[in-house]
Ligand binder design. Sequence first.
Ligand SMILES: CCCCCCCCCCCCCCC[C@@H](O)[C@@H](N)CO
Length: 372
Amino acid sequence: MSTITFVRNVIFTVLAVSVAAAAKVLANFFLSARLNQNALLREVNGKHVLVTGGSKGLGLALARLLVKNGANVTIVARGQKALDEARRELQQLAASNAQAPKILAVSIDLSKYDQVVQEIDIIRGEMGKIDWVIANAGSAAPGFLANQLDLEFEGMIHQNLFSVANLVRALLKSAKQIAEDKHIIPGSRTWPISGLSPAAQSQMPTKIIFVGSVCSALSFLGYSAYGASKFGLRGFADGLRSEFAPLGIAMHVYLPANMDTPGFAVENETKPEITAQIEGTGSTLSADDAASALFAGVLKKRYLVCNDVVGELVRVVANGAVPRPNPITEAFAAPALVLAFAVWSLLSDYEVATYFKTAPKPKKASTQEKQK
Ligand SMILES: CCCCCCCCCCCCCCC[C@@H](O)[C@@H](N)CO
């Protein structure tokens, strides 16, 4: 066999095996994406779950599923009107459940750390220890950075990163406070290195779920501010995952693609045309399906959870140094996926270049408009 034939056969074999492995990755994804309702009931029945951004969209869909499965739910949001409506809906749902789960709705501005600390204590007082936290609140304001020179950039980082950090810091502070109040003497190997005494650890939630985005692992024009906030969130989560695991706190990050929510309608009003063109709108998932996908992944103990095929492929190539659900299969799939994403990146850069070459020129402002 000549060298060329040998090299060609090796490349062909590697690619064929890799494509087959990529198909297996997707098959595994479909199998794990189905929510086992009984498993959800077993996990959340009687637990107290706090959901931020819980008055609409994905947050409300998550809260509904939790209440249906017997969880006591605290929803947090800013706007009082939407919060009241959501509370009424969840209370009706709770009334039809034999467990009669408790519902609490609290208006908190998560960007204000002191307020979050104060309210977490009030929530614990009314509803007891928080068992799970879903940090879902966030928003997307797509746009070109050159048009976001004022407060838009900070806004994204505050809403999608600092607010989540404020929540986690407040949970830690509250747990430490309660432990100190009880005067429990620390005495484990993780104390005082971890900063949390065993008593404080026992006051922390056992599960913390961050809602990121496919944009926590991939970004492109129109999403520079949003991508920065969501990549930041992912970095924060990766650090906490390894810090919290020895303390019995499981971290998860949800990386959804576009969802059919009120927030998505708002972001589309200002989204640059080329951004919408690149991301496509084909796979927009309903909030209910997205909520099921989140719980399905969490119950399967996935650290990074996706809600569609594209997100799962992005996850495989951008998994970083955190656990993979199927490491061997994903390693075999890597060559095909790396090549596919290299091609995608070339094509999307070409799409952007073409868009700017062919986009209609803005109309010249009339003299009257200039004077305004
Ligand atoms: C085989 C390779 C295919 C690679 C395709 C990658 C395409 C990625 C485009 C998906 C972008 C989704 C972005 C989701 C953003 C949302 O979080 C945001 N719009 C907030 O709602």
